[in-house]
Design a protein around this ligand. Structure first.
Ligand code: IVH
Length: 677
C-alpha cells in the first residue's frame, strides 16, 4: 500500500469506529459486540503505530472510553436528595402516622399531609441563583449527582429565569423529568423500539452528551419539592409549592391536602380509578407532612425522610403454569423455593420466575410442579404465586418435599423453630452463599459498580479471579486473563477497571452494609458505623477485637434504633478471623471515611448532654437526634464530664447527682428555646 492508500484505510477505520462510538455512547444501542469493537480498535492502533508519519486530523482513540465517566461532571448536592420509604397497605400508613406521633411526642395531635402522585421518571436538582438557572444535576446517589445543565436547559417546562420580585437568592428545586405515555409511543416507533418504557426513554434522552439530542426529545418536568431555599419560606409544603407555581415552575395538578390517614386513603382510591387517564406513568402517591417546621423536626433516617412515605399502587396478576420448583440459596444461607414458570406477560413485564417465599408457604398453598397458578407482580418486587387454580379433573404432580441438605454444598440445612426460613449451614463453604455475598457487594444498593453485575461475578468467580471482596480491586492486574474471555476486550476491560476505581471512596457505613451481614441493612450499617469515630478506631477495634468488644457493644446498645439482633450478628461475623482480615484489606485498598451527621454549629456543639425525666414536647428519639444535629454528644449516664442535663418531668436520681456534681441543668422549656435559637 502506498502512503495515500494507507491514509485512506485509516480514515475508513476511523469513520467506522466513530459510528460505533456514537451507537455505544450516545444512543445506548451498540450494533457490534465489545470484542468486535476492540478488534477494530486494535487494527487502527496497529496501522497508526506502524505509520507514525501519517498525520491525522482526528483520532477517536484519544477519546474512547474516557467518555463514559467524564461525560458528566460530578455535582455535590448542596443538601442531600432523599428517597422514600414505601407503604403498601392501610396498616403501613397507620404505622407511618404512629411513628410520626411517637417521634414528635404529645405536642402534636393532628398532622396535615400534602399528597402528590409518585411520577415514574428521573429525579433532578435545579439550582437557581437570584432567579437564574445556574446548574442542574441528576440525583445520582443522593449526595453526588452528575451535571446535566445544558440538557436541562432544552426542556420547555423548566424556566431559565424566574423573573419575579423577591425571588430567593438561592433555591434548589427538585422534581421529576418524565415522558408522557403518548410521546413515548411516538418516539419509540420512530427510533426502532429502543426503549422499554417511558421512564427508560426519559433516562436515555436526558443523559445525552449532545444537548441537541435531548432538545429533540419530548421531556417534561414536574416539581416535587425543594432543598435549600435562602429567602422567604412558607409555613407549609403546600403553600411553598403554590409559590413555585406562581414562578412558572410546574407542580402536580393533582396535589391535594388531607389531615387524616382515612382522608389519604380516599384520595388514593380516587386516583387509582383515574390512573389510566393520567397522561404519564405514576406508580403510587406520596404523602408528605405538610408543616415545614414539623418536617424539619422529623429529619431523616438513613436515606429517607421520616416525614414522607410513598403509597404504592396495588399489583397486577396473571395465570400461568409452574414448570419446576427450584431452590435458591441466598447470601445469608436462606433456602428459598422458586417457581420456574411458563413465561407470562403481567402488566407489560414478562415474568418467568416467581418466589415461593418459604416451605410453609408451599405446604399451605400446596403448590406442585405442573400446577396452574395465579402470579402477582407489584412494582419492583419479585413476583410471587398467590394461589393454585387447578382444574379438578387433571391429575396433579406429587407433593413437594423440602430438602434436608443444601443442593449446592451438601451442608446440613438448619431449621430454627423461631424462624420460617430454613438455612444452609455452609456459610463459608457454600458457593451459592459466597457468590450471593459477592453479588451483593457490587450491587446497586452497595458499592454500585457499573458493569460488574451477576453475570460478570459468575464469570470471574468460576475463573477464580474473584473469591473475596478485596479481589475486586485486584482485577486490574488481570488484564491478559480477562481479555481472553469471550465477550471481553481491551475496551470493556478498561471500562470495568475505571468503574471499579471510580467507586473506591465510600463511607464506613457503606462498607459495613456491603459485607452482607445478616440483619445489617443500610439503616443498621449506618447506626453501627456511628459507634466508630474514625476509620483508625474501627481498624484498631478489629485488630484487638477481644479487648474492645464489650466497650463497643455498650456504645452500640445506646444507638437509636439499633437492636440486639443486628449487634449480635455483626459480632458473630467478626468472630471469624478471615472476615476481620478481609475488612482490613478493604480498609487499606479503598478510601473509607466515617460519615458524619451534618452538624449545624450551635451553643451545644461539642458538649456532652444528657436527657432525664419525660419530655412533653418531643420524644426522646427526636431530642437525641436534634441534639446530635447540633453537634452535641448525647450520653446516657451522668459523670463529672457531662456538660448539660436536660431535665423533664419526674426527673429522679440523675437530677440529684447533677446538682451534686455542679452540672448545668436546664428545663425542657429552655431546651426548646435553645433549639429555636
Ligand atoms: S419526594 C423527600 N415526591 O421517587 C424526598 N419523590 O422513591 C424524596 N418521585 O427520588 C422525593 N414523584 O425521584 C417525591 N411526588 C413525588 C415524587 C417523587 C416521584 C421520585 C423521586 C424520588 C423517588 C423516591
Amino acid at each position: 500500500m502506498n502512503k495515500k492508500e494507507i491514509k485512506l484505510s485509516i480514515i475508513k477505520l476511523i469513520d467506522e469506529i466513530k459510528i460505533h462510538n456514537d451507537l455505544y455512547y450516545n444512543k445506548d444501542k451498540p450494533s457490534i459486540t465489545d470484542a468486535e469493537y476492540d478488534k477494530l480498535v486494535v487494527k487502527l492502533k496497529k496501522i497508526i503505530n506502524e505509520n507514525p508519519l501519517i498525520e491525522l486530523a482526528e483520532n477517536p482513540l484519544n477519546e474512547i472510553g474516557g467518555k463514559v465517566s467524564e461525560d458528566f461532571t460530578k455535582f455535590n448536592h448542596p443538601s442531600p436528595m432523599l428517597s422514600l420509604d414505601n407503604a403498601m397497605t392501610s396498616d403501613d400508613l397507620k404505622n407511618f402516622e404512629k411513628r410520626l406521633k411517637n417521634f414528635l411526642g404529645s405536642s402534636v395531635n393532628n398532622i396535615e399531609y400534602c399528597i402528590e402522585p409518585k411520577i415514574d421518571g428521573l429525579s433532578v436538582n435545579l439550582i437557581y441563583e437570584n432567579g437564574k438557572l445556574v446548574s442542574a444535576a441528576t440525583r445520582g446517589n443522593g449526595k453526588v449527582g452528575e451535571i446535566i445543565t445544558s440538557n436541562i436547559r432544552t426542556i420547555n417546562d423548566i424556566p431559565e429565569k424566574i423573573d419575579f420580585e423577591n425571588v430567593p437568592s438561592l433555591m434548589e428545586i427538585r422534581g421529576e423529568i418524565f415522558m408522557t405515555k403518548d410521546d413515548f409511543v411516538v418516539l419509540n416507533k420512530s427510533s426502532g423500539n429502543q426503549f422499554a418504557n417511558p421512564r427508560n426513554a426519559a433516562a436515555g434522552s436526558l443523559r445525552q452528551i449532545d444537548p441537541m439530542v435531548t432538545a429533540k426529545r419530548p421531556l417534561k418536568f414536574i416539581s416535587h419539592g425543594f432543598g435549600q431555599i435562602k429567602g422567604k419560606k412558607y409555613e407549609t409544603y403546600y403553600d411553598q409549592m403554590l409559590q413555585l407555581k406562581k414562578w412558572k415552575i410546574p407542580i402536580s395538578p393533582l396535589m391535594n391536602k388531607s389531615n387524616s390517614i382515612d382522608g389519604l386513603i380516599d384520595i388514593y382510591s380516587d386516583i387509582v380509578s383515574k390512573r389510566a387517564a393520567i397522561p404519564y406513568d405514576i406508580d403510587g402517591l406520596v404523602y408528605k407532612v405538610n408543616n415545614l417546621s414539623l418536617q424539619d423536626r422529623l429529619g431523616f433516617v438513613g436515606k429517607a425522610p421520616r416525614w414522607a412515605i410513598a403509597h404504592k399502587f396495588e399489583s397486577e396478576t396473571a395465570q400461568t403454569t409452574v414448570k419446576k420448583i427450584d431452590i435458591q440459596i441466598g447470601r445469608t444461607g436462606s433456602v428459598t423455593p422458586v417457581a420456574r414458570l411458563i413465561p407470562v406477560n403481567i402488566g407489560g413485564v414478562i415474568v418467568s420466575n416467581a418466589t415461593l417465599h418459604n416451605f410453609d408457604e408451599i405446604e399451605k398453598k400446596d403448590i406442585r410442579e405442573g400446577d396452574r397458578v395465579i402470579v402477582e407482580r407489584a412494582g419492583d418486587v419479585i413476583p410471587h404465586v398467590i394461589e393454585v387454580i387447578n382444574d379438578k379433573k387433571n391429575k396433579r404432580g406429587i407433593k413437594y418435599k423440602k430438602p434436608n441438605v443444601c443442593p449446592i454444598c451438601n451442608s446440613k440445612i438448619i431449621i430454627d423453630p423461631e424462624e420460617v426460613v430454613i438455612r444452609c449451614s455452609g456459610t463459608y463453604i457454600c458457593e451459592a452463599q459466597i457468590l450471593g455475598r459477592l453479588k451483593h457487594f457490587v450491587s446497586r444498593s452497595a458499592l454500585d459498580i457499573e458493569g460488574l453485575g451477576e453475570k460478570q461475578i459468575n464469570l470471574f468467580f468460576s475463573n477464580k479471579f474473584i473469591q473475596n471482596y478485596s479481589d475486586v480491586y485486584n482485577l486490574r492486574n488481570k488484564q491478559p486473563e480477562i481479555c481472553q474471555l469471550e465477550g471481553w476486550g481491551e475496551l470493556s476491560f478498561n471500562n470495568l477497571v475505571r468503574a471499579i476505581e471510580s467507586k473506591k471512596s465510600f463511607p464506613l457505613s457503606k462498607l459495613i452494609y456491603s459485607l452482607g451481614i445478616r440483619f445489617v441493612g443500610e439503616k443498621n450499617a449506618l447506626a453501627i458505623s456511628e459507634a466508630f469515630k474514625s476509620v483508625d478506631s474501627f481498624k484498631s477495634f478489629l485488630q484487638n477485637l477481644k479487648a474492645n468488644t464489650s466497650k463497643v457493644r455498650d456504645t452500640m446498645i445506646e444507638i437509636d434504633g439499633l437492636g440486639p439482633k443486628a449487634i449480635n450478628s455483626f459480632f458473630e461475623y467478626l468472630n471469624y478471623k478471615n472476615n476481620r482480615e478481609e475488612i482490613i484489606r478493604l480498609l487499606n485498598l479503598c478510601e473509607i471515611y466515617v460519615d458524619k451527621i451534618v452538624v449545624q454549629e450551635s451553643k451545644i456543639t461539642g458538649k456532652k448532654i444528657l436527657f432525664t425525666g419525660s419530655l412533653e414536647k418531643m420524644s426522646r428519639a427526636e431530642a437525641k437526634n436534634r441534639a446530635e444535629r447540633l453537634g452535641a454528644k448525647v450520653v446516657s449516664s451522668i459523670s463529672a464530664s457531662t456538660d448539660i442535663l436536660i431535665s423533664g418531668e419526674k426527673s429522679g436520681s440523675k437530677l440529684k447527682k447533677a446538682k451534686e456534681l455542679g452540672i448545668k441543668v436546664i428545663s425542657e422549656e429552655q431546651w426548646i428555646k435553645l433549639l429555636e435559637s
